[in-house]
Design a protein around this ligand. Structure first.
Ligand SMILES: Cc1ncc(COP(=O)(O)O)c(C=O)c1O
Length: 348
């Protein structure tokens, strides 16, 4: 989280705009909450240049619920959906979709250890596919698409949980974009969904209301009590991002931060080796290995002692992972590189 956002939230914690109540104490239908919800929606709209034929929704259940909600809304029993699987989250997404219909991984990089992303021109979609789903940044492996996928007529759905708001995207290419908020948008407990109106209109009748995009769209995300605190923070994060120059500026900063780290990996004479292929390297999650697991453990624990915490890779893959989301400062990256150099000097 950006420090200025936390500071503002702290200052307003007991009394929002001097009304004598916390944002957690007011009704979600009150005149005090209304501008916060509008602000958060408009903030996302402005930052990602989302046109009026898309709805911006704030749902709950995390990005993981979207793995189910998408096929429940758009994949009938005898219908086909295409999944491009470039990492662990894509695996989970296709697994849930298979419960509803004929969901297939038309391309998976599992066999080579999830190190790359496919080029657009090798992708061929199934005839009559209801949609194609991909994960724009695989958080665990640190592989990222550098382009907005073209569905060639098939509606494109994207899990953008870990790189949304890190750079400009061409929203018009998508039928639906979703993202758990807890990386670049706000606190956990909020899921951003950007859905095109004509796609939402395809939700079949008879859907359970709380799993129905159309119902959420028609009710401004307020089918039930939304996560008001989360939406309040999203609004503040959007304001912060706008002050910083928006996603265009953020993208430049993210490129620079990631380059500092990847350069340190590449110039380490083999002590550090990047997991992802160069063209697929994530700007948000920099993943690399050391020559042995013992070395990696030593690296992570010595880093923690230097105040650089959270570097152990995801429990499913090991290795080292530096997550450098929007709010992570360049100085933090520089401190890590300094530590990497010291560690290499002692152990290289
Ligand atoms: C790309 C991606 N998809 C889905 C998820 C699952 O998100 P949640 O924990 O909000 O369900 C994550 C979580 O880190 C993620 O990084």
């Amino acid at each position: 989280m950006p420090a200025p956002v936390l500071e503002k939230a702290r200052d307003e914690m007991l009394s929002l705009n001097n009304i004598g109540m916390s944002v957690m104490e007011i009704s979600h239908r009150s005149k005090h909450f209304e501008p916060i919800l509008r602000g958060a929606i408009q903030g996302i709209r402005d930052l990602l240049n989302v046109s009026e034929n898309y709805k911006i929704l704030f749902l709950q259940g995390g990005a993981s619920l979207q793995f189910s909600m998408i096929p429940l809304n758009f994949l009938g029993k005898n219908e086909t959906a295409d999944y491009i699987v470039t990492g662990a989250w894509g695996v989970k997404a296709v697994k849930e979709a298979k419960r509803c219909g004929n969901a297939t991984a038309i391309l998976s990089t599992a066999d080579e250890g999830f190190k790359s992303v496919p080029a657009q021109d090798v992708l061929n979609f199934s005839k009559n596919a209801r949609y194609v789903h991909y994960t724009s940044n695989e958080t665990i492996e640190g592989v990222e698409f550098k382009y907005d996928l073209d569905g060639k007529g098939v509606p494109v759905i994207c899990d953008a949980s870990s790189n949304i708001l890190s750079k400009p995207i061409d929203v018009e290419k998508y039928a639906l974009i979703y993202a758990g908020a807890q990386k670049n948008i706000g606190p956990s407990g909020i899921t951003l969904v950007i859905i095109r109106d004509d796609f939402a209109a395809q939700v079949p009748d008879g859907q359970h209301s709380m799993l129905d995009y159309r119902a959420f769209a028609a009710n401004d995300s307020m089918l039930n009590t939304p996560n008001t605190w989360g939406i309040y923070i999203v609004n503040l994060v959007c304001e912060w991002l706008k002050e910083k120059g928006g996603v265009e500026e953020m993208s430049k900063i993210n490129e620079q931060k990631a380059k500092i780290l990847y350069d340190a990996i590449d110039s380490s004479d083999g002590l550090y080796s990047g997991h992802a292929e160069k063209e697929a390297r994530s700007l948000m999650n920099v993943t690399f290995r050391l020559p042995s697991e013992e070395f990696e453990k030593q690296f992570a624990s010595e880093a923690t002692a230097r105040g650089l915490d959270g570097l152990q890779g995801h429990r499913s893959v090991g290795g080292i992972r530096a997550s450098i989301y929007n709010a992570f400062p360049r100085e933090g990256v520089e401190a890590l590189v300094e530590f990497m150099k010291d560690f290499a000097q002692k152990n290289g």
